[in-house]
Design a protein around this ligand. Sequence first.
Ligand SMILES: [Zn+2]
Length: 285
Amino acid sequence: MAMQEIAPGVFVETEHLGSNNSIVSTRDGLVLIDAPHRPTDAMRWRRTAAAMGETAFLINTDHHIDHTMGNYFLPGTVVSHEITRTQLVENAPSQAYVRDLIGVIDPEGLPLIRDYHARPPTVTFVDRMALDVGGLRFDLTHRPGHTPNSVYIELKALGVVFSGDLFCELGLPAFVEAHVFEWVEAARFLETIDAERIVPGHGAVSRPQDVTPFRQKMEELIGEVADGLQKGDPREVLAQRIRFEDRIHISIGGSPSYPDHLIELFQRKSIEAICDQILARNSAR
Ligand SMILES: [Zn+2]
């Protein structure tokens, strides 16, 4: 695994299956951003962090399991949007789902999840929040898009932004819970944000202008769905036919990929979500 230091004290691991994981080192302890998905990665990450200091906070950019599963294995006060808490308290994936998934993507991690339960944030916010840790200020801002509760984090003093899945350099993530049109606007906003580096939810550390091709990919997909609806194709037909490349849930750094049936389900539900929101927007006009 190749952890890189992208700014003084800001360490990013982009080769875990699941989300990018970051550690920001301050003189009053560490702030972690998103947690590893695979239990074996999470245990390694815990040791990496422990060697660097005490973990003060762990921020989740959304509630998805690839960003929050590792909360269970890591120390620190978990911080996120209040809907992220609600999701992890009320709608956390079932034990069976988690076991089946880990059995595929991290069989060696199965013994580590015998007592697994979601660890929801205990400090939450609605619109924005500032965390001042060891002289560094983290600005957390709610920006619906990939999920209704997505947040991005600015470290203005160091010119670094953590976008969560509002931007994924690796390609399009699922739209299953997305606010589709707000997401396009969020991406457009990130294209011009004042930062040197943008750490995406998945994929290589980038610059704000690198968000443009991602936003265009999203618009192409939405356009393809809109064309289908325009031609009178039913939602079910489009959900069967239209596909986008999924590089988020497939092998990274030698790990196994998500099971095919889940990847297929995400695709179908993504196209359905896009259909529904195009139809809702059209009928509101
Ligand atoms: Zn993600």
